[in-house]
Design a protein around this ligand. Sequence first.
Ligand SMILES: [Zn+2]
Length: 488
Amino acid sequence: MVKRRTSSVPCRVYKYGALPPEPRDVVDEQMWLAHRYYNDLIEVEHARRQAFVWARDRVSAEELREVSKQIEEERKDVCNARVRDPEWGPGLRGTCGLYSGTYLLIEAQAEQARKKKGAPPRFRRWTGEGAIGIQCAKPIPVSELMDGTNRYASIDTSPRYHIRTGRPIKNGALLTCVVGPGGTKASFSMKLHRPLPEDGLVRWIKILRRRTAETSVAGVREKWEVHITVESSTFIRPERKGPVAAIDLCWSKGRVGHLLGEDGYEEPILPHTAIVKKLRYADSVRSIRDGYLNVAKEWAAINIDPRVRSWHRMHAKGLMRKIREWREEGHDVAVLEAWRHRDTHLYQIEHNVRAKAKRRLQNDYRVWARRVVDRYPVIILEDLDLSELATENSGGKWGNHQRFVYAPSRLRDALANAGAQIVKVPAAYTSALCHCCGKEVGGTYHRPRCEECDWVGDRRENAVRNILADGMEALGRAPKREEAAQRP
Ligand SMILES: [Zn+2]
């Protein structure tokens, strides 16, 4: 439930289960409109992209820059509804019928989808799931929320009773808030099992409706949730004092990181060989499955449909679906049925082995983090976008395991959970520059060599020394390196 922002005052999201709102229709309508608004925004984005592609093929580089700038501005204007864009309908915000909290929420979601690299954002299908936001133009103090003096939202904690049994509901509370235009209010019966911090400021209230596959209560296929984002200075962790260590998160030949303490202690971070062995085993099961799949495909190509041979990217699932069709058409599919049976069995083995390795890894990281943080309460890390890093060069023998074992975010989370104070330093040039003299290193990728001072060594060892030095500077425990270098 913990979520931090990058601002100075940390935020946390408090999540509560709720009953369907009272009255329902306003909330239902807002959720449907929110869904439509999202798709409207995506449609605008699609049209913009098309315009860009059209322009790209016809104009010079300079004109193109102009076009893309123009498109960017137009897009912003549509979102902000500052102009009435004749092409895309009069300002979307003005006509979407949504309350400001919700349209801000939806715009943020659309913006996130737009920024994603690769294919254009996709339209959402209406599944009955949705979210609306409650306007908090100005943050609402928790005290105001609880005593009911705020005009947008209030939580009533007076005793509530079960509708049928008449028994009091433990931690029962009633959230009443403005959900629609014209100040329409709705109430949500919820369980306030975790009290909000008294000195906090409520930045956001979100109401979510989700579909559930299982029906825990007969006939109920939806789940309502209230998410309250609270900002409070009490969430700031006390600063840890003590020895400092730097960790270079990396992925090279099974090593997931390299640790260097300020006292000179050094160790590579390696996942246990048993885990790597398990992963290799899972891989071998996978290749056996692939082999059987090819045999089955070949059989089907000869006996049923020659086109099967060209299904290069055909997953086992596709073939399984096809078997059913063929059986209905009257083909003899006994051989394929046998394959299907075996493949399901092998899949289960593979899946179990991977899951076991994952659990083991998680535990190892937890134990490791505990040990490290006991010795070094302050940890310096590079400020990396780990999700992007994990998808880099994912090929080859180790590449297959990369996303799985590497998961540097897991290592980082383990350290944070063990109570480390994490200091982030910019990631640029940490492995490109020599830690002794600050000049660019030459040599090979894994074994860099500094032409200036003749240092030769390991790439990660060089990087971790740079990270440690940057971190010590950032903490004010070491003089600036440029200054240090100037000293005689
Ligand atoms: Zn050097």
